[in-house]
Design a protein around this ligand. Structure first.
Ligand SMILES: [Zn+2]
Length: 413
C-alpha cells in the first residue's frame, strides 16, 4: 500500500464571527475532502509540543513522526539541508538574512526590499570570498551558502555549541535598533563568549563590505532598499534523525515550495522534487504539483505534498483569500489526486491535514491547537464523520493522535 499526505499549511483555524461561528474549513465547500472524510477516519493531532516554537519547522517534524523535542535544531539546519549543505558534528548552521537598515541603525525590513536571488548571489559570493573559509579565519572558520532572495545560510565550521548564544529573529524586531539585538553569550564560558564576539565581528565586517558593493550602489540609484548587513539567527547542529527508509523501509518524495519543508524531507531521506511555478502562494502551480505527486507515487512508497498558500493567506489576515485557498486545495489538489490515483490504478492511503493552525483573525499568528486529521486507508472501515473540518475531526474515530501514530497510519502501518 502506497501513501500520499496532502498538507495545507496553516489551514485550520478557529470559529469566525463573519462566518456565523464556523471555521474557514467548515464554511468552505470541500466536496473532495469530504469524500476522503466519508471513506476514511478522522481525528486530531497536537503537532506542537508545549513551549516549542509555533511554526512549520516543529509542526512538520511532528507530522513526519519525529519528536521535535529531540530533533528540532532551528531553521538553519533545515535550510542548510534544503540547500544540500553537508554538516559535520560540531558544525552549527544558522539562517542568515540580508537586512535593510534605517539611518539610525534600526531594522528597516528583514528582507532587504525582497532583493532578488540574482542580486543577492554576488553579495553572498563576496561575503564568502572575504570572510568565509579557513583562509580568512583559521581558528573559527565560517562558510556562506547561497539560498533564495534574502534567505541564506551561514555555517560555523567545527567546535561550536549552538546553545552557547542567543540570536533574534529579525522579522520579529522590525523597527528596533540592531545595537539592542546583538548576539549574546548565554554564559561566561570561553566558547560562548567567542561565538558572541565572532558573530558581532561578522556583522560589522559585512556592513563594511556590503556598503559600497556594486549591487547596493545600483539599488541605491534605483531608490530601493539595500542589503546592508547580514543577520544570522536560529543556530543548530545536525540532528540525529533516522530516515523513513531506516524507520519503515520505504522510499519517499517531498513536493513543497518552502525550504524548511524541503530540508526536512532531505533529512528524512526523501527525494525533493522541484516543480516549475511552485510559488508557495495562492497562484501556485497546483496542476504541476499534483502531476509531480502522482508521477512520484508510481516510483515511491510515499509522497508528501505540501501547499503553503493557506498559511500565507492567514498571515495576511485575509479570510476570503484563505477560503479561496481551501477551495483550491480541495478542487485543484485533493480532487485531481483522487482522480489520478483511480486512473493510474494506484492503491494508496490518502491523508489530509494542516501542520498547525494559523489564525486569520488573531493577527495572522500560528497556534498550537491540535490539527484536524483525515486518513483514508481503503483497508480500514470508515468512522461516522462525513465532512473534513475541525469539529468533525474532534469527534472522529481516531481520537487524539500522538507521537508517530499519524505517520504510521498514513503509511498504512
Ligand atoms: Zn506551517
Amino acid at each position: 500500500m502506497k501513501s500520499i499526505v496532502i498538507l495545507g499549511d496553516g489551514m485550520s483555524d478557529r470559529p469566525q464571527v463573519q462566518l456565523g461561528g464556523r471555521t474557514p474549513l467548515q464554511a468552505t465547500p470541500t466536496p473532495h475532502m469530504d469524500v476522503v472524510a466519508r471513506r476514511g477516519r478522522l481525528g486530531t493531532f497536537a503537532t506542537i509540543p508545549q513551549g516549542m516554537p509555533l511554526g512549520s519547522a516543529v509542526a512538520n517534524l511532528s507530522v513526519f513522526g519525529y519528536d521535535p523535542r529531540r530533533t528540532f535544531q532551528g531553521r538553519g539546519v533545515l535550510e542548510a539541508a534544503s540547500l544540500g549543505v553537508e554538516l559535520n558534528p560540531g558544525d552549527v548552521a544558522m539562517r542568515v538574512n540580508l537586512l535593510a537598515l534605517n539611518e539610525g541603525g534600526t531594522i528597516r525590513n528583514h528582507h532587504a526590499g525582497h532583493i532578488s536571488s540574482e542580486e543577492s548571489a554576488p553579495l553572498i559570493e563576496t561575503l564568502q570570498a572575504k570572510l568565509g573559509g579557513v583562509e580568512n579565519h583559521p581558528e573559527r572558520p565560517v562558510t556562506f551558502h547561497m539560498g533564495i532572495s534574502y534567505r541564506h545560510v551561514l555555517v560555523f565550521r567545527g567546535g561550536w555549541a549552538s546553545a552557547a548564544f542567543s540570536s533574534a529573529p529579525p522579522h520579529d524586531h522590525v523597527g528596533e535598533s540592531v545595537a539592542d539585538l546583538m548576539w549574546t553569550a548565554n554564559s561566561s564560558e570561553p566558547e560562548a563568549v567567542a561565538a558572541q564576539e565572532r558573530l558581532r565581528e561578522l556583522f560589522a565586517q559585512s556592513r563594511a563590505l556590503l556598503a559600497e558593493h556594486p549591487v547596493n550602489v545600483a539599488r541605491r540609484a534605483r531608490g530601493v532598499d539595500e542589503a546592508m548587513v547580514i543577520w544570522p539567527w536560529s543556530p543548530g547542529g545536525k540532528p540525529s534523525m533516522n530516515t523513513l527508509d531506516e524507520l519503515f523501509g520505504i522510499s519517499g518524495a517531498v513536493i513543497s515550495a518552502v525550504d524548511l519543508v524541503r530540508g526536512l524531507g532531505r533529512l528524512a531521506g526523501c527525494e525533493v522534487i522541484q516543480v516549475e511555478g511552485a510559488t508557495g502562494l495562492w497562484d501556485t502551480n497546483y496542476e504541476g504539483k499534483v502531476a509531480a505527486a502522482l508521477d512520484a507515487l508510481q516510483e515511491k512508497d510515499f509522497v508528501y505534498l505540501h501547499l503553503e498558500a493557506t498559511d500565507e493567506a492567514s498571515h495576511a489576515q485575509d479570510l476570503d483569500l484563505k477560503m479561496k485557498c481551501i477551495e483550491y486545495l480541495d478542487g485543484r489538489v485533493v480532487g485531481p489526486v483522487l482522480a489520478g490515483l483511480r486512473e493510474r490504478g494506484i492503491e494508496a492511503v490518502v491523508s489530509i491535514l494542516p501542520d498547525h493552525p494559523t489564525f486569520v483573525s488573531d493577527l495572522g499568528k500560528h497556534g498550537d491547537d491540535p490539527v484536524p486529521v483525515c486518513i483514508w486507508d481503503p483497508r480500514c472501515p470508515a468512522d461516522e464523520q462525513t465532512t473534513y473540518d475541525e469539529v468533525a475531526c474532534a469527534a472522529g474515530g481516531l481520537g487524539n493522535l500522538a507521537g508517530n501514530e499519524f505517520i504510521r497510519m498514513a503509511l498504512g502501518r
